[in-house]
Design a protein around this ligand. Structure first.
Ligand SMILES: *Cc1c(COP(=O)(O)O)cnc(C)c1O
Length: 428
């Protein structure tokens, strides 16, 4: 059977032959009329997480109380990180869960700059997440203003070819740090080529995997990465504010000292010695008591990703983003939308950025339709004019994408967004 590639029937046929289709039912989705395209910002709730947290609250906290620390809680940051390691191409003993991404960046950036004295440049790009920029600026301030942040600009706002990055690395570069996938354009940096260039020049690399882990296969060890950080609440579906992770290559661990000396980073916290001695392993990057409930909530989502396998997830992600771009070209270009994401799938993460002068109000109208019979579509908006449509391969389908594009056509044709004010809400 051949279908018109712009038809609903074609989208349905793609869903029917989707090898990962069964994973959709592993996630809470109480509203069948909601098309959720924001899994790149807050992943859906795995049903198994609900059960896991009920057990943790009723039994581990409610009955076992403090005994639970010796019955799994203390080991959880390393045990669950060992599973996550399989998703990001790292040996299990090189990853730990702790704190927020921003805080992990702070700890590792300070440690890396101190481990690479005499060099003054931190290299990043304009695509990196603002919080990463703020942390790096704060680190420079903390270390006495001896370093400078060199921010690479993109030639087109979408791409930043590896040649530009490699040309900017020199003998003064202390640290090279980028988001592996850019949060706005979804540009995917060339991990191995940049790591090799940095290593040859004596610089350390630190990757933020927040927008790639769980959506794009990452090979930290194989690509020669020194350090990485990332959050667990996007494609990993760990829940709002769940603890982040950090990765440090084995040989580097003993050379890096966290600037925040807390008891969970000590070699023997329950000896209660007054002098700090950093743990020999990744525990040295912990600080204080982990948020146990949020920590335990991360595990079921990682299990689902491991079960599906990153190669199959990437294949579906590329098929969906390609389909979305094709539909947008055919159906949305005439309404003033343009694609602000790489067209080459090898350089693209798992979301598609659509640019439109009325992006903010269109995004609001998608989320809050006037007509109660209309579907609700949830993407997100990134200033000044980008609507991000996130593809989470475990639960996003081809019909979801088709519906979202058709909704955008109806909404812009009718000018439905004009009823919203241009003033923005606090969270977009
Ligand atoms: C989401 C995201 C973060 C979040 O940082 P938190 O400290 O966890 O709030 C950091 N960096 C990037 C690239 C992100 O996409």
């Amino acid at each position: 059977m051949t279908y018109n590639p712009l038809s609903l029937e074609y989208a349905q046929s793609l869903d029917a032959s989707d090898a990962l289709a069964d994973f959709r039912s592993a996630f809470a989705a109480p509203d069948a009329r909601l098309i959720y395209l924001d899994g790149n910002s807050l992943g859906r709730l795995p049903l198994a997480t609900q059960t896991r947290l009920e057990q943790a609250i009723r039994t581990e906290w409610g009955e076992r109380l403090i005994r639970s620390w010796n019955e799994g809680w203390l080991e959880a940051p390393r045990r669950i990180a060992a599973k996550l390691a399989g998703i990001i191409g790292a040996p299990p003993e090189e990853v730990i869960l702790a704190d927020a991404t921003s805080i992990n960046l702070f700890k590792l950036a300070v440690a890396a700059l101190r481990a690479n004295p005499g060099r003054t440049t931190i290299l990043t790009d304009e695509f990196n997440f603002p919080s990463d920029h703020y942390i790096l600026q704060g680190v420079i301030d903390l270390l006495g203003g001896q370093h400078r942040l060199k921010v690479l600009r993109s030639p087109d706002g979408i791409h930043l070819p590896a040649e530009h990055v490699i040309a900017a690395i020199d003998g003064d570069t202390a640290l090279v740090t980028f988001s592996h996938v850019a949060f706005k354009s979804a540009y995917l940096h060339e991990l191995a080529a940049i790591n090799a260039a940095a290593q040859a020049a004596g610089a350390l690399t630190l990757w933020d995997l927040s927008h790639s882990a769980g959506a794009v296969p990452v090979d930290l060890q194989g690509s020669g990465a020194d350090m990485a950080i990332g959050c667990t609440y996007k494609y990993l579906n760990g829940g709002p504010g769940a603890p982040a992770y950090l990765f440090v290559r084995q040989e580097l661990q003993s050379r890096l000292r966290s600037p925040v000396w807390g008891w969970f980073g000590d070699a023997a916290p329950f000896e209660f010695e007054l002098a700090y001695r950093p743990a020999e392993d990744m525990r040295r990057f912990q600080v204080g008591t982990p948020p146990v409930l949020s920590l335990l909530a991360i595990e079921p989502g990682i299990d689902l990703l491991a079960q599906a396998g990153m190669p199959a997830i990437r294949t579906k992600s590329i098929a969906l983003t390609k389909y979305l771009i094709e539909l947008a070209d055919a159906r949305l270009a005439e309404s003033g939308f343009s694609i602000a994401t790489p067209r080459n799938p090898a350089r693209r993460g798992s979301h598609v950025a659509l640019r439109h002068a009325e992006g903010y109000r269109i995004n609001r109208a998608l989320i809050e339709p006037l007509d109660p019979h209309e579907i609700t579509v949830i993407p997100d908006f990134r200033a000044p004019d980008v609507i991000r449509l996130g593809i989470a391969p475990l639960y996003t389908g081809f019909v979801d994408v088709w519906q979202a594009v058709e909704r955008l056509v109806r909404l812009t044709t009718a000018g439905e967004y004009t009823r919203f004010e241009k003033n923005r809400l606090a969270v977009t």
